[in-house]
Design a binder for this molecule. Sequence first.
Ligand code: MD3
Ligand code: FE
Length: 233
Amino acid sequence: MTDPLFGVDRAPTILGPGAVHVPDWLSREQQEFLLRACVDWAAVRVPRSIVLPGGGRMSVRTFSLGRHWVPYRYDDDEVVPPVPDWLVRAARNGFAAAAAVDPAVTGPADRTADPVPAYTPDTALVNLYGRGSTMGLHQDRDEACMAPVVSLSLGDACTFRFGTPEHRGRPYTDVRLESGDLVVFGGPSRMAFHGVPKVFDGSAPAWCREVLGAEPGRVNITLRETRPPTLGE
Ligand code: MD3
Ligand code: FE
């Protein structure tokens, strides 16, 4: 967290076409509410470390709301808690805030009217980063839809690495994400490679750690539309 007083603000930035970072988007009350909800969900949906095809395990632990995600697909055979309406509204507001900074988050204007009120993510993935957890560069391509992904960061700060849609390597931009930050990835950036090379252990505000308890770390919530777009809507 940067200084909460005296106007030392971090301004919104465009990380790439259609990718917008809005620092300090969530209030302290909103962050505490989201963290508490994550702790409650984690008690019923035990967060698992994803096993990669090569046999390795991701250090991040993940659980899903809405639709259950496993690498390469969404699995409707496993029932998970729904995405609450208030989280859908938060995502929609995040989309609107990002679209005000860069209209390219919306993607090609192939649909009628305003895409923001129609944005209804059906899935939330919650990533829990303990000490030393990282996430390698990857693309999110298991969704049958190019709608933006809305990301909310909570707890410890991290270095977020944002690359290009073309390949895993350079050029990339490293940006520090802090508790309360919003990032929205749409349009040409929806398929960009991205990852989390570092989490700054113990950097969360004390009131975050109070909610998280002994468990240190960073929590990231991503909201996604995963189903194919319906025609004529
Ligand atoms: C860019 N999570 O869950 S959030 C993931 O912080 C994931 O836990 C990271 O990558 C985290 O898949 C990064 C930012 C993010 C999320 C989805 C994206 C960036 C994205 C999808 C497309 C492009
Ligand atoms: Fe991702």
